[in-house]
Design a protein around this ligand. Structure first.
Ligand SMILES: *[C@@H]1O[C@H](CO)[C@@H](O)[C@H](O)[C@H]1NC(C)=O
Ligand SMILES: *[C@@H]1O[C@H](CO)[C@@H](O)[C@H](O)[C@H]1NC(C)=O
Ligand SMILES: *[C@@H]1O[C@H](CO)[C@@H](O)[C@H](O)[C@H]1NC(C)=O
Ligand SMILES: *[C@@H]1O[C@H](CO)[C@@H](O)[C@H](O)[C@H]1NC(C)=O
Ligand SMILES: *[C@@H]1O[C@H](CO)[C@@H](O)[C@H](O)[C@H]1NC(C)=O
Length: 639
């Protein structure tokens, strides 16, 4: 039985290969399940029409990226801290000559003259103008014209096929199944700021409970008002930087969110005299600027918070770079920022997806008309971002492509921090997942945050000082349960990185969450977050000329970034490399005791109490908050 089956398979393969010598069988390469809302099928595309076929080639060596990163980031590795240059990264991962020639030969064999075939300068794409008839034959597909309710047309197919041997070298082909046409704006003045498309994490600005008028008597009231001195006391951050001419710290903001210099100066007068007269060093990306036309907590709260605390904690001696990203019209997404700090990312695995990312120069006019920033900006050693998507907002392909970029930045020695979200186990806006993958307020499935789920970023959750506690107590903090809940949980897209296995296994064995497997990823095999935490409640922030109380993991990320920047300062002063991708280090046994373990509180959401903060790592506060003196000593002991 078994024998005859084998014979049958071998025989049919032999026949197939005789009939079509160069080709393996065609497989479905990409397929769409439904036409997106608002679009309808209009007609078959004219067979003589020309379409610019763009074939995105697979990156080389991407399957080894985890290994490469571990090699320079694990404290026990002999190559610890030996980061790569941008050029080394571009060379290592650009598509292989074999991919280029295999795909080119296939096109030629199918009757496309070789002079019609162009390879992009980055070697990421093969471009060829073909007729619809040629494309349909090449990829065993049918091209259709679809019409949007607005009247706009789009050419796409339902599915396409590639020979198995070509498939291995190709990521995807455009145009094909994606409806990545960005819809033209139909009404509204172009000076209205873009809030929807292209802006990551709409609706997750930090929360405020209003303004403060009375004088804050600082250290005694840290359970009600967090000011810089409270954070210094909590995390032992007493340090005067000495490497400021070579060190760097970057904070990313997305226009129309913008800081006000008058707020920074108001904060400086009361809490940070160091910053009097000081500004962040602004780097504009894709037309970004610190706009002042639109003001209010929703426009200034995030940026004011990030800069007032980020700049104060690194002291006035250390410059902080403000990456102001996106114009007022299109806005921007994380990919637009990543394009600017890594030129090879602009076309990596095909480039941006304009259904999520913004396109520059603005194709519709009225916005930033300059060229897209592509490799124009040098990344700082530590980059903090307090914006986020829900993992489920993005396709796995999109999330993986961006996640690989964070790994590359780690290879270059950059520490990437993202806040873990403010809705506990629920997603932005308190949305939870339904079994069909949609997100609604009445969904019941836990909804983790992106990019925190990416194993190559450090995800930062939130704590608070327990009511009535003093920052001088042994452990005054618990998981944040005022106004916001610390984001945390388990990814449905990314598998568990090796660095956190021991810590997360310990949690799952000793404190198994008593929830049905249908509402959380209980496989024990997925990326768990957050990695660390920092205070995220009751921050006194100057916003629009008044001191307000602010809450969120939005506070936790820039504060952690400032602390890591001071550790880099000491390492640079000792002639060592920056700390780079920290996760393999912070979870290692060498770093046991470098965190203040948070063991109280939880992160409710989706109609549940969420997870508990426990002894050791937990999906609410990660490994705990930073203990600066211990971290400094341990990091200085590393090569
Ligand atoms: C800030 O400083 C001013 C001037 O010293 C003082 O009147 C005000 O109460 C302070 N505000 C806070 C919230 O500390
Ligand atoms: C800090 O930034 C200011 C303003 O851009 C610049 O003049 C100064 O040289 C910078 N300092 C260092 C140490 O880089
Ligand atoms: C959940 O909310 C959606 C709208 O967001 C609604 O259509 C649906 O009926 C609700 N489902 C239940 C079970 O209440
Ligand atoms: C749970 O996570 C794993 C690893 O990331 C993934 O393969 C699996 O599909 C996830 N389960 C669900 C139900 O999404
Ligand atoms: C959290 O702790 C409480 C009290 O010990 C317990 O009843 C609950 O089951 C725990 N929740 C989870 C998800 O482990």
């Amino acid at each position: 039985m078994r024998c005859s089956l084998t014979t049958f398979v071998t025989l049919s393969l032999a026949v197939a290969s005789l009939a079509r010598p160069a080709l393996s069988p065609y497989n479905v390469h990409e397929k769409r399940s439904a036409i997106p809302a608002g679009w309808s099928h209009t007609r078959r595309h004219e067979s003589a029409a020309t379409i610019p076929l763009r074939i995105a080639l697979k990156q080389n060596n991407l399957e080894f990226i985890d290994e490469y990163l571990h090699d320079v980031s694990h404290p026990k590795s002999s190559n610890y801290g030996k980061h790569w240059s941008a050029g080394e990264i571009a060379r290592k991962f650009s598509p292989s000559e074999e991919s280029i020639s295999t795909v080119r030969d296939w096109l030629v064999e199918n009757g496309l003259a070789s002079e019609r075939i162009r390879v992009s300068s980055t070697k990421g794409w093969i471009n060829v103008d073909v007729t619809v008839e040629e494309a349909e034959r090449l990829m065993n597909t049918e091209y259709n014209v679809y019409t949007h309710v607005s009247g706009q047309e789009h050419v796409a197919c339902e599915a396409y096929h590639l020979p198995e041997q070509i498939s291995a070298h190709v990521d995807f082909v455009l145009p094909s199944v994606s409806f990545d046409t960005k819809l033209k704006r139909r009404s509204g003045s172009p000076s209205e700021p873009a809030h929807s498309l292209g802006q990551p994490g709409v609706g997750i600005t930090p929360k405020t409970t209003g303004t403060i008028s009375q004088l804050v008597t600082e250290l005694e009231q840290c359970d009600e008002y967090i000011t810089p001195i409270c954070l210094r006391a909590l995390y032992g951050l007493v340090y005067e930087p000495v490497s400021t001419d070579i060190n760097s710290y970057g904070i990313v903001e997305y226009t129309p969110q913008a800081y006000l210099q008058s707020d920074l100066q108001m904060f400086a007068m009361n809490y940070s005299t160091d910053l009097i007269g000081k500004e962040p060093v602004m780097v504009s990306i894709d037309g970004g600027y610190a706009q002042t036309e639109y003001q209010g907590f929703d426009y200034n709260g995030e940026s004011d918070l990030d800069l007032q605390y980020g700049m104060t904690l690194v002291t006035g001696k250390q410059n902080v770079t403000l990456y102001q990203t996106g114009d007022m019209v299109e806005g921007a997404s994380f990919n637009n920022f990543l394009d600017a700090i890594d030129g090879s990312y602009c076309t990596f695995e095909g480039g941006d997806d304009y259904s999520v990312d913004s396109e520059y120069p603005d194709p519709y006019g009225g916005g930033y008309e300059g060229p897209e920033d592509c490799g124009t900006v040098t990344p700082a050693y530590v980059i903090s971002t307090s914006y986020g998507y829900n993992e489920a907002d993005l396709t796995p392909f999109y999330a993986e492509r961006q996640c690989a970029e964070y790994a590359k930045l780690g290879l270059m020695g950059v520490t990437i921090l993202y806040s873990s979200g403010d809705d506990g186990v629920a997603g932005n806006g308190d949305y939870c997942l339904n079994p069909d993958g949609t997100q609604t307020a009445n969904g019941t499935i836990f909804n983790p945050t992106f990019p925190g789920v990416c194993p190559y970023v450090t995800s930062v959750g939130a704590t608070m000082v327990k009511p009535g506690a003093s920052v001088l107590d042994a452990q005054p903090e618990m998981a944040c349960m005022e106004v916001i809940y610390s984001g945390g949980g388990f990814s449905n897209y990314f598998t568990m990185p090796s660095y956190q296995k021991t810590a997360v296994d310990y949690y799952l064995e000793n404190y198994p969450p008593n929830y049905p497997a249908s509402i959380w990823n209980s496989t024990g095999m997925s990326r768990a977050l957050p990695d660390i935490a920092a205070n995220g409640a009751n921050y006194v922030v100057a916003v629009d000329g008044e001191f307000e109380l602010v809450y969120g993991t939005s506070c936790s990320s820039p504060v952690s970034g400032a602390i890591f920047t001071m550790i880099n300062d000491a390492r640079l002063a000792a002639g060592k490399s920056p700390i780079g991708f920290i996760n393999p280090t912070i979870y290692s046994t060498d770093f046991a005791g470098a965190f203040n373990d948070i063991t109280e509180g939880s992160n409710p959401g989706c109609g549940t109490e969420g997870y508990n903060a426990t002894v050791g790592w937990d999906p609410v506060t990660g490994l705990g908050t930073l203990n600066f003196p211990v971290l400094l000593e341990k990091w200085l002991a590393l090569p």
